[in-house]
Design a protein around this ligand. Structure first.
Ligand SMILES: Cc1cc2nc3c(=O)[nH]c(=O)nc-3n(C[C@H](O)[C@H](O)[C@H](O)COP(=O)(O)OP(=O)(O)OC[C@H]3O[C@@H](n4cnc5c(N)ncnc54)[C@H](O)[C@@H]3O)c2cc1C
Length: 420
């Protein structure tokens, strides 16, 4: 069976979220004949739609850090906790959390940090290449981001992490009361401690980026089929892709179906422990001011971005074994209250409420890998909190895999083998 795909080979991409579309973009520019499948219009089938639109490229730690068990428990006990695991989900998610906790220790932790670094180092460069080739580079800013703390204590507690980032070449500078007041005059004056992280930025609107990339792909001859893929069957000479419209055979296929990727892996007989890590946000179309910088409030698990659609405030992590679980509407009320605490002058009229399923793996590292069962099937999924940020880099890594290029040892961290 061939393991290297020659130029002109036909490749199906399952999923037209940011990761599927970026993957299609890389494959199309390598000269493959690409067809993208998704029942939803590009960007609208999952969290690629209304995420925070930040290009976060200085976070070098997985979510599971040393001491996370205690920190997580403390967080869950707090009012407006940024972390929740509803009711019986706790039992169903136990094996996943076991793996999550294992990430916080020893070699697992070091490997996850080093994989995060590999992605973070290239995120802006790869994103710039992709957007500039699509003629939309102007829709991304590398503005840096303000990490604003609730207290001097939490600011002090964060300093070892910032020192670790600085050592790895990701610069950041303290922001005091005056800096915050000067750059973020809309914020409540109670916020007096922050860090300005350089390797961060945002896009004009995350949905618009997917739509623009898809438009450019169509112009380049990439086909988009608005269909659900119900079966993926690899054989020696090709991969059959089944949809309600029939069966098409391709030389290869990429699973980039966000949280639904786990179903494809299951059908192929391989383990892909994805869970839905649900995030909530509110978008205020006329906030009454324009925020100069994207913000992160680490103590509250909240990201804030000025986007084309308005000022978006949200985040949080509600874990669910069942991604179809109804949204928790009380979170929107809490977010509305918190938004006014942060920005006392915020105009909340016409707020758009949204919830999205982050496709999350227990070690916070995406799977960018060939299937272990078929040399014709590949995965690019499990991007958790950073699917937009790492879309172009993961697409490039995937493209080199499909083209059969030699992989640097650092790319082994993304293999599906680690779960099988
Ligand atoms: C509140 C929130 C804020 C976030 N903020 C940021 C941020 O600022 N920066 C950042 O980098 N990331 C952010 N993220 C994470 C980011 O949104 C995700 O990592 C990213 O969107 C995942 O993209 P994806 O293409 O893998 O998945 P998705 O967006 O879920 O796309 C998968 C697609 O596959 C399709 N699909 C599913 N099943 C099938 C099937 N059987 N056949 C065909 N198609 C199928 C779906 O319809 C969907 O369109 C945030 C997430 C949330 C929830």
């Amino acid at each position: 069976m061939s393991t290297k795909f020659e130029t002109g080979a036909s490749i199906a991409v399952i999923g037209a979220g940011i990761v599927g579309v970026a993957s299609a973009f890389d494959l199309a520019r390598r000269g493959y004949a690409v067809t993208v499948f998704d029942p939803a219009p590009p960007g609208q089938g999952g969290p690629s739609w209304r995420n925070a639109g930040q290009i976060g490229a200085s976070d070098l730690q997985p979510l599971s850090t040393p001491g996370i068990a205690l920190t997580g428990l403390r967080m869950m006990l707090r009012k407006d906790s940024p972390l929740s695991i509803p009711g019986l989900e706790k039992l169903r998610l136990m094996p996943w959390f076991w793996r999550f906790l294992a990430t916080s220790r020893g070699e697992n932790y070091r490997n996850a940090c080093s994989a995060m670094k590999t992605l973070a180092r290239h995120a802006f460069e790869d994103m710039s290449d992709m957007l500039s080739e699509a003629g939309i580079l102007g829709k991304m800013r590398r503005s840096g981001a303000g990490f604003i703390y609730d207290s001097a204590q939490s600011f002090a507690a964060s300093q070892p992490t910032w020192a670790m980032k600085a050592k790895a070449g990701f610069a950041a500078y303290p922001m005091n009361r005056q800096d915050i007041a000067a750059r973020l005059p809309e914020m409540d004056t109670a916020f007096t401690h922050g860090m300005l992280s350089e390797n961060w930025g945002d896009v004009s609107d995350p949905l618009e980026i997917v739509q623009d990339l898809a438009k450019e792909l169509r112009r380049r001859g990439v086909a988009f089929r608005e269909n659900t893929v119900t079966g993926l069957t690899p054989a020696e000479k090709g991969v059959s892709v089944t949809t309600p419209a029939g069966i098409e055979v391709f030389d290869g296929a990429v699973v980039a179906a966000g949280i639904a990727s786990r179903q494809f892996a299951k059908a192929l007989g391989e383990k892909l422990p994805l869970v839905a890590e649900r995030g909530y946000n509110l978008t205020f179309p006329n906030p009454g001011f324009k925020l100069e910088l994207p913000l992160i409030l680490p103590d509250r698990g909240i990201a804030i971005t000025q986007l084309g659609e308005g000022l978006r405030i949200g985040g949080w992590a509600e874990y669910a074994a069942n991604p179809g679980r109804p949204e928790n509407k009380s979170y929107y009320r809490a977010l509305s209250r918190i938004s006014s605490e942060i920005f006392p002058g915020l105009n909340q009229s016409g707020a758009i409420a949204w919830m999205g399923n982050r496709p999350s793996l227990p070690d916070s590292i995406p799977v960018i890998s060939r299937s272990l069962r078929s040399t014709r099937v590949f995965y690019n999924c499990g991007h958790g909190h950073y699917g937009l940020s790492n879309s172009a880099t993961s697409a490039r890594i995937l493209g080199t895999l499909i083209a059969g290029a030699e992989q640097p040892p650092a790319h082994r961290a993304f293999t599906l083998r680690r779960f099988n």
